[in-house]
Design a protein around this ligand. Structure first.
Ligand code: AMP
Length: 390
């Protein structure tokens, strides 16, 4: 007879957790552990109620098996964060190896190989989904960063065993809903980064609700081009000029704050930077950062805001000479009294370089998924399972 304690321990049984452990890898080592540390917080929450806990995730975009993108590369980091708990890596994601190891009691925590080494994941193959979930009793979908993809682990694994939406997913949605539903005054959104394509939908959706929309980074040049300014050889996406122009002609135009001066260079390799106003931008210049006057203007608006959502660096912050704008703005946001929410991706790298993630109220693990959610899109992996209440 199983005593009461064992019964509780096995309520979830063998648990498969789909996390987003997709982190940058440099020389086979994890370059940023933010997503991993957030993802494994679930262990503490379900430990007592589970027999084993097995993580599954994708890493990068492999076309076939590739040792650089093996999840083995992140085992040291997980082990370091787990401290007193052993982690067993399984070089497979289904079949006898997986079944036997999970039953072996070799450890309580397991990590499977990269989901995207298998075509079945991307093709949303049902037989693949059945095979992967077979040794488990419970599936927890907790990978917000993958929830915008209709892949097998997102939309089909849950068909075969008892399934829940995990705690990190729930927290992400709660925070992103605050951004979507915010009606408070003093609401500022700051956008930067290179790609305008993945942020225009969000701009259209949030612009009516915000007080200020500040735009820096490479994407501001598409707006400045639409206004007829000389932007030299700066990044521009011609396919979005019309859209940018229509936003600048809309009734919300006065909410859009564009830079007035820039850090520019004649060649990125030279790393030489000068500050020019928009009027003095010449044909040879490349805009690589927001300028000193713009830093002051953005800082003033951000310091008086009550709620800030930020996504994307203000310049090519990976190069020291072009990082001033991103560094200063990161500091201003981290010191502000406002509720601060960050959309993930490169902004997290900037925070790690120039400030401290603890100084922000929420940092999304989502990246692309958070941008799509903020566009108002219904994501395939959101709210398809009931929430795990723990
Ligand atoms: P995204 O993924 O769209 O958020 O873009 C992030 C990237 O934007 C970073 O790698 C930055 O180096 C880059 N970036 C920011 N500002 C500029 C700029 N003015 N010109 C070119 N790239 C930029």
């Amino acid at each position: 007879m199983i005593d009461k304690k064992d019964q509780i321990k096995e309520r979830l049984g063998n648990v498969l957790v789909r996390s987003d452990l997709n982190v940058p890898i440099l020389n086979n080592k994890v370059a940023d552990k933010f997503r991993i540390s957030k993802s494994i917080e679930i262990i503490e929450k379900i430990y007592e109620d589970s027999r084993t806990i097995t993580f599954i995730s994708h890493l990068g975009r492999p076309k076939k098996k590739d040792s650089n993108l093996s999840l083995r590369n992140i085992t040291d980091t997980i082990s370091e964060l787990l401290r007193n708990e052993n982690l067993t890596f399984i070089e497979n994601i289904y079949g006898p190896d997986v079944n036997n190891l999970i039953k072996s009691k070799k450890s309580k925590i397991f990590l499977l190989e990269n989901l995207r080494f298998y075509e079945g994941e991307i093709n949303n193959d049902l037989e693949f989904s059945r095979k992967v979930t077979k040794p488990f009793d419970t599936y927890i979908f907790d990978a917000f960063g993958a929830s915008h993809r209709s892949h097998a682990s997102v939309v089909s694994f849950g068909n075969y065993i008892k399934s829940y939406q995990g705690p990190l997913m729930n927290r992400e949605l709660e925070e992103l809903n605050k951004i979507l539903e915010n009606k408070k005054s003093g609401y500022s959104v700051l956008l930067g980064g290179a790609k305008i394509s993945d942020k225009l939908g969000l701009i259209e959706n949030l612009l009516p609700k915000v007080e200020n929309l500040l735009i820096g980074g490479g994407m501001c040049f598409t707006f400045l081009k639409a206004l007829g300014y000389e932007i030299g050889n700066s990044l521009v996406d011609y396919s979005f000029i019309e859209k940018a122009r229509s936003l600048l002609d809309s009734k919300y135009a006065n909410k859009i704050i564009l830079p007035e001066d820039f850090g520019v260079t004649k060649s990125i390799e030279s790393k030489k930077r000068i500050n020019v106003s928009i009027e003095n931008f010449s044909k040879e210049h490349i805009g690589v950062d927001i300028g000193l006057e713009t830093i002051k203007i953005f800082s003033k608006l951000l310091s008086s805001s009550k709620y800030i959502f930020w996504n994307g660096p203000m310049g090519i912050f990976e190069i020291d000479e072009f990082s001033t704008g991103t560094r200063e703005i990161t500091k201003i946001i981290s010191e502000s009294q406002a509720y601060t929410s960050v959309g993930g991706g490169d902004s997290v790298s900037a925070i790690n370089l120039f400030s401290d993630i603890k100084k922000f109220n929420h940092i999304s693990t989502g990246g692309g998924a958070s941008l799509e959610y903020l566009e108002g899109k219904k994501l395939p992996g959101v709210n398809i399972y009931k929430s795990l209440i723990i």
